[in-house]
Design a protein around this ligand. Structure first.
Ligand code: ATR
Length: 306
């Protein structure tokens, strides 16, 4: 018996081998276009920092095939994805379960491919909480009790209004070129605003109001070279003026804000913070955003103007 045991000990079948690392869990940013996306670099830094085995890629979806492309990605064993333009509304529809903030936005930027036994995929929208964290933590500006002007009534503004209300400003005005669209978004947030003691109203651009503490630009006006579509009277001296865009697209807004005595801020911090929320939802670990934002800011500032 002893001999057999010894034989077994040295049998090639039982030579202990170094455990091979499991394949990393796969995630992606799904959109069209996605080539420009900074999300892979942000999530790679989060993964390295937290020691999470994550591989994050770009998933270019044909405009008419978002759902099958994402379903195929999940079928390959991927665990979730971020969703960017123009698919945030489809992503919301696709999921079986939705967080309350995704319900308010009617759009999702994050999917977690949960097993069907748990009730199916979860849709979340982390844009708004990312924006709120960037304003209150990174910029150090209090939203509680403030007067806030949110400009635009597209997906960008709809995606952030719920969490902005949760931060309990005294008032939020949602102003848009097409007033009806602002009214539609406001009407589905009125109950949420009442619960949080926030005065919420929809306005056109001409009567947006004056002297706001925080001005958030969620319009695509700068992309069309249209400049800032409201006058500087919307700013109180020293107001925070934040454009959800970053890089060259945000430059005209930031120059306008600086020129009118406001504190300018682009959307880079929001980008990193919404990514951190998604990462936390997927992995249960919150990354430290400060060094990632600093590295990204250096990269964007060094990039040649397009
Ligand atoms: P997204 O989903 O990225 O928010 P969107 O749905 O196309 O994009 O919405 C763009 C927003 O920017 C809208 O609020 C749009 O105003 P309208 O609803 O009146 O179209 C606003 N916008 C775009 N160009 C603008 C401009 N030159 N001046 C004022 N608002 C503009």
């Amino acid at each position: 018996m002893i001999g057999l045991d010894r034989f077994a000990l040295f049998s090639p079948m039982t030579i202990p081998t170094a455990p091979s690392a499991p394949a990393p869990d796969r995630y992606a940013v799904a959109g069209n276009p996605v080539a420009h996306s900074r999300s892979p670099a942000i999530h790679a830094r989060f993964a390295e920092q937290t020691g999470q085995a994550v591989h994050y890629e770009r998933l270019l979806c044909p405009l008419d095939a978002f759902v099958p492309t994402v379903q195929a990605f999940a079928a390959e064993g991927a665990r979730g994805c971020n969703v960017t333009v123009p698919f945030k509304f489809e992503a919301f529809q696709l999921a079986a379960r939705r967080t309350p903030r995704a319900e308010l936005a009617q759009a999702a930027n994050t999917l977690r491919f949960d097993a069907d036994a748990d009730g199916g995929w979860l849709a979340d929208n982390t844009d708004g909480v990312g924006l709120v964290r960037d304003i209150t933590v990174n910029a150090g500006v209090a939203l509680a009790g403030a007067r806030v002007l949110l400009l635009g009534a597209g997906g960008a503004s709809a995606g952030v209004l719920g969490p902005l209300i949760e931060a309990r400003p005294a008032e939020i005005v949602l102003a848009n070129r097409t007033r009806d669209k602002a009214e539609a978004i406001v009407s589905r947030h009125l109950g949420w605003a009442a619960q949080h003691g926030v005065r919420l109203s929809a306005r056109g651009l001409q009567d947006a109001g004056t002297g706001f503490d925080v001005f958030i630009n969620g319009t695509a006006a700068s992309l069309s070279g249209g400049g800032v579509p409201v006058g500087p009277e919307v700013l109180r001296p020293g107001a925070l003026a934040l454009d959800m865009m970053y890089g060259p697209a945000a430059a005209p807004f930031l120059a306008w804000a600086r020129g009118h005595g406001a504190v300018p801020r682009d959307g880079l911090g929001m980008l990193v913070e919404q990514a951190a929320e998604s990462f936390t939802l997927w992995r249960g670990v919150r990354p430290d955003t400060a060094p990632v934002l600093a590295a990204l800011r250096a990269e964007v500032d060094a990039a040649p103007a397009r």
